[in-house]
Design a protein around this ligand. Structure first.
Ligand SMILES: [Zn+2]
Length: 72
């Protein structure tokens, strides 16, 4: 099993939508952009940084994230 994502790799990865930082999800199987509320899958150790394939974390609330929302 190699499901531990290298934290250092995150230095080179940004969200394709907002170009902001992403973080590893709690279960380590994806990358989350808090600004966009999107979850990007990690497949075979490679993050799939494609906005169209990301999962919207706001689905449960039925609210789509504002595309130009500024955090902080
Ligand atoms: Zn983003």
């Amino acid at each position: 099993m190699n499901d531990h994502f290298n934290q250092e790799v995150l230095n080179f990865i940004v969200c394709p939508r907002c170009k902001g930082e992403v973080r590893v999800s709690e279960d380590g199987t994806g990358l989350i952009c808090d600004s966009c509320c999107l979850l990007y899958d990690i497949k075979d150790g490679i993050p799939v940084m494609i906005e169209e394939e990301a999962h919207c974390l706001d689905d449960r609330r039925g609210v789509r994230p504002a595309p130009d929302r500024v955090s902080e």
